[in-house]
Design a protein around this ligand. Structure first.
Ligand code: 6PG
Length: 503
């Protein structure tokens, strides 16, 4: 009866997070609808005890009331079940099993932030509903994830010590301190977790993390595709190139795993393994949610949206096959040397990545207004330096930029990133031109360059667009020589074209 934390749902993520907590000395009680899963866990991984620990690290429970009876009060129960209706079903079952008003239920799934906002209100008085998004996949959950908590500030004091101990850690330079040894957790370093705000703040930030993840992955895939198409390198050679890039400004987990993937051979055929994988991308929805949320708030996040569309286009396998027989590109080669092309694409990837992160942070800036949160962007960048899928060296620079100026309007305006764009944008421009001439689809690269050029333009053709709207729909426009907010309408099709000022 003295467990510190309970788990409902012992699938891969639940089991691994529970084991991680146990490694850090917390006593964990676990329940799963599938009793075999609990027994299996108790018989295998949960059996090992860290040195000096006598009591079993985990208690298996056969019902939710048994789970509640095993926990110290206020009880903390982590729910790790599929997002959506199953989360509410578990909450209702826990209430029936005797959950109390001070108890804390933590949803660690990839829930939609609007559900988290709704649930916090709906369960008020019955128990405290808290959200914590987890990034880092199964290895992250087991040995140190990035944790993005949001919810009731009072509950945070109970969760903070546990979350800080199990989260990934980074050293004083912001580099992840990694372990893969059960029972020997990392106990030093700065934890990759911070309280992000009330209700859905944590799940929202994780959703944007995933939107950025989509963009980051798509940009890497485009860089690979462009190099392969222009230079004809084999995947393994491109893998080596990614390995080299991983030593520089592009240093990141996603570049590292890409280098590894590209150098693997299919054991069955001996062909590059990547070539044996069907080019039809899956998606569970978080990237799409990010794009929808950005669009609803009027935030330009084209790179993230293009990355969602690119996955959608990839699934049109049969249609693409048909179209490839009918639609032919008029291609033109490039006269750059191989080395120049490699450099251009490396710089293109870095610039486009900066733009994608700028968009992600813009989305969160808008969301904090929309939902009345006070997000700390420096903290967000800090907790993404380790544990999560988008961990990368340059997140330290993003954290620095927001520490220097919390109200930074756009990452592109910070000295560091403005300079980086200055020094390297030539690569992005070249990559886009070469792709267009060679007929290689690089939608995220195109979008990144268009975003950069659009954002830095004092004058855009939106004046003409406003005129068009006014012409066909009397939608009115503002004049450059009048007070902001004053509306004008021109009777475009009336002789003499009188201009009418409207209120
Ligand atoms: C993470 C990942 C994780 C998962 C994605 C995959 O941060 O650990 O983002 O949450 O891998 O949700 O999403 P898709 O299936 O949509 O690619």
């Amino acid at each position: 009866q003295n467990c510190n934390i309970g788990f409902v749902g012992l699938g891969v993520m639940g089991k691994n997070l529970a084991l991680n907590l146990a490694d850090h000395g917390y006593r964990v009680a676990g329940f799963d609808l599938d009793a075999a899963k609990i027994q299996d866990l108790l018989d295998t991984e949960a059996k090992e005890r860290p040195a000096g620990v006598d009591a079993p690290r985990m208690v298996g429970c056969s019902s939710m009331s048994e789970l509640l009876n095993n926990l110290v009060k206020p009880r903390v129960i982590v729910v790790l079940v599929p997002a959506g209706a199953p989360v509410d079903a578990v909450c209702h079952n826990l209430i029936e099993a005797g959950l109390e008003a001070d108890d804390i239920v933590v949803d660690c799934g990839n829930s939609q932030w609007t559900d988290t906002i709704r649930r916090e209100q709906e369960y008020q008085g019955k128990f405290k509903f808290f959200g914590t998004a987890v990034s880092g996949g199964e290895v992250g959950a087991r040995f140190g994830p990035s944790l993005m908590p949001g919810g009731d500030a009072d509950s945070w004091k109970y969760l903070k010590p546990m979350w800080e101990s199990v989260a990934a850690k980074v050293d004083a330079n912001g580099k992840p301190i990694e372990t893969r040894t059960p029972g020997q957790p990392v106990t030093e370093g700065e934890p990759c977790t911070a309280y992000l705000g009330p209700n859905g703040a944590g799940h929202y930030v994780k959703m944007v993390h995933n939107g950025i993840e989509y963009a980051d992955m798509q940009l890497i895939c485009e860089a690979y595709h462009l190099i392969r198409s222009l230079l004809g390198y084999e995947p393994a050679e491109i893998g080596k190139l990614f390995e080299k890039w991983n030593q520089g400004v592009l240093n990141s987990y996603l570049v590292e795993i890409t280098a590894d993937i590209l150098q693997q051979q299919d054991p069955k055929t001996g062909a590059p393994l990547v070539d044996m994988i069907l080019d039809s991308a899956g998606q569970k929805g978080t990237g799409r949610w990010t794009s929808i949320s950005a669009t609803q708030m009027g935030v330009p996040a084209g790179i993230i949206s293009e990355s969602v569309y690119a996955r959608a286009l990839s699934t049109l396998t049969a249609e693409r096959e048909k179209a490839s027989q009918v639609l032919v590109a008029q291609v033109q080669g490039s006269d750059l040397s191989n080395e120049d092309i490699e450099n251009a694409i490396e710089n293109a990837l870095y610039c486009a990545k900066i733009c994608a992160y700028a968009q992600g942070f813009q989305i969160m800036r808008a969301a904090q207004e929309e939902y009345n949160w006070e997000l700390n962007f420096s903290d967000i960048a800090r907790i993404w330096r380790g544990g999560c899928i988008i961990r990368a060296s340059f997140l330290q620079k993003i954290a620095d930029a927001f520490t220097e100026n919390h109200d930074l309007e756009n990452l592109l305006l910070s000295d560091y990133f403005a300079n980086a764009m200055d020094n390297r944008q030539d690569g992005l421009r070249k990559a886009v031109v070469m792709a267009a001439q060679a007929g290689v689809p690089v939608p995220a690269f195109y979008s990144a360059l268009a975003y950069f050029d659009g954002y830095r333009s004092e004058i855009l053709p939106a004046n003409l667009l406003q005129a068009q709207r006014d012409y066909f729909g009397a939608h009115t426009y503002e004049r450059v020589d009048a007070e902001p907010g004053e509306k004008f309408h021109t009777q475009w099709q009336v002789p003499g074209r009188p201009e009418i000022q409207t209120k």
